[in-house]
Design a protein around this ligand. Structure first.
Ligand SMILES: Cc1cc2nc3c(=O)[nH]c(=O)nc-3n(C[C@H](O)[C@H](O)[C@H](O)COP(=O)(O)OP(=O)(O)OC[C@H]3O[C@@H](n4cnc5c(N)ncnc54)[C@H](O)[C@@H]3O)c2cc1C
Length: 367
């Protein structure tokens, strides 16, 4: 019998005394949380990371990110396939874009493992986070306390004051994908379908990832269901709709700090509208947050100054997120023939270099 990695029932002992106290409490051990904790390695602080699942246990993403970001995060061993081109399909044709940089699909468990290996002496505990009051975070394994608290728990924004973000009324999109085996040869592009017969406001994708293919649908309209469209795109590709995984993802920037808490990744809306790309932004803002926390731990900055600095950094990206949100509203409304012509135009080398170059620079590695 396979043993589930996550601790269950009696194995979930209370985190008493010093086990429940830390200098920094990072809630969430996915892209954003691990990027923050990695930045704190060697800071000489007690960093506690918690998640309801074992690190790397449960992916909710197609796991494609710019290759240079995966290299910058020291996670190249997790790469499954490099994808230098994107192909867009509309009901009126297909257009191939060669990017000035490449995507890579990766293995979630291996990526998380590679990030955690760089987190130094940080501790990890499995715990389900329920709520927070001031510096106390309530979990199913007892109360955890820290003067510096990070919410990297994803779109629900669990540690914010007031009710959590709830679909379908929130500014969030929904996504679902299947993971059929990829018959060899495994070459291919990252493919995108903008086709209203599949999804009214959104897109479908196919991400080759070595021995498997990640085929899914994202809807900007959270009320529209994505299960039937996902089955339809899988069928169109002649692939079985097996191994489902799905989640919600934000499409609007939210406050990156609130009530003394640092919000990173999807909890802060750090997921680009239009593309729904939230992995590299989780890394990018996670690093920025980690640097602020490190300065506090080193006594170079007060907590209040770090909160203000991180909030200002996140806000400075508002124009790019606003642009992407405007495009997310416009693109589904464009006549399909006009969209096809626009995509063909964008496929011209100089234009695509400029457009994709701009897009990468909004959250580039090494800043
Ligand atoms: C189907 C789909 C495909 C996608 N594909 C891509 C893609 O290819 N590339 C890309 O860049 N983006 C993609 N995205 C978006 C991307 O997945 C998110 O933006 C990204 O995961 C955000 O990272 P995060 O660390 O902020 O949050 P998450 O990855 O959602 O991590 C949150 C963590 O918090 C934990 N957690 C949540 N609630 C609790 C709780 N109450 N207690 C304890 N732990 C908790 C979770 O277990 C998880 O580990 C996709 C999204 C979907 C839905």
């Amino acid at each position: 019998m396979t043993r589930r990695a996550t601790l269950r029932g009696a194995e979930r002992t209370l985190l008493h005394g010093s086990r429940g106290r830390a200098d920094v409490l990072v809630c969430g051990a996915s892209f954003a949380g691990l990027a923050v904790a990695r930045e704190l390695a060697g800071a000489g602080a007690d960093v506690l990371v918690v998640d309801r699942y074992e690190i790397g246990e449960r992916a909710t993403s197609a796991c494609a990110a710019p290759t240079e970001w995966l290299m910058a995060m020291g996670a190249e061993r997790a790469i499954r396939q490099e994808l230098p081109c994107m192909t867009y399909h509309t009901p009126h044709g297909s257009v191939r874009h060669r990017l000035p940089w490449s995507w890579s699909s990766f293995d979630y468990r291996e990526l998380c493992g590679a990030l955690w290996a760089q987190c130094g002496d940080a501790r990890f505990e499995i715990a389900k986070v329920d709520a927070r009051i001031a510096e106390v975070v309530h979990t199913d394994r007892g109360d955890l306390t820290a003067p510096l608290i990070v919410d990297a728990l994803g779109w629900r924004r669990v540690l914010a004051p007031g009710p959590n973000v709830q679909p379908p009324d929130a500014r969030i999109s929904r996504g679902l994908e299947v993971h059929p085996d990829m018959p060899p040869p495994a070459a291919g592009d990252l493919e995108v379908w903008v086709d209203r017969s599949l999804v009214r406001r959104g897109y479908a994708w196919s991400v080759p990832a070595g021995a498997e293919q990640r085929v899914g649908v994202g809807s900007y309209e959270p009320r529209d269901h994505v299960r039937a469209p996902t089955a339809a795109i899988a069928e169109r590709l002649g692939r079985p709709a097996v191994r489902h995984q799905g989640n919600w993802f934000p499409h609007q920037l939210r406050a990156a700090t609130e009530d003394g808490v640092f919000f990173v990744g999807d909890s802060a809306g750090h997921c680009f509208p239009l593309s729904g790309e939230g992995i590299r932004t989780a890394f990018y803002f996670g690093i920025a947050c980690g640097r602020e926390l490190r300065a506090v731990l080193a006594g170079e900055r007060t907590r209040a100054a770090a909160l203000a600095g991180y909030d200002a950094f996140s806000r400075s990206h508002r124009p790019a997120f606003a642009w992407a949100l405007a495009l997310q509203r416009v693109v589904p409304a464009l006549p399909p023939r006009a969209l096809t012509a626009l995509l063909a135009l964008m496929g011209r080398r100089r234009l695509s270099d400029r457009a994709y170059g701009w897009y990468l620079r909004q959250a580039a590695p090494g800043r």
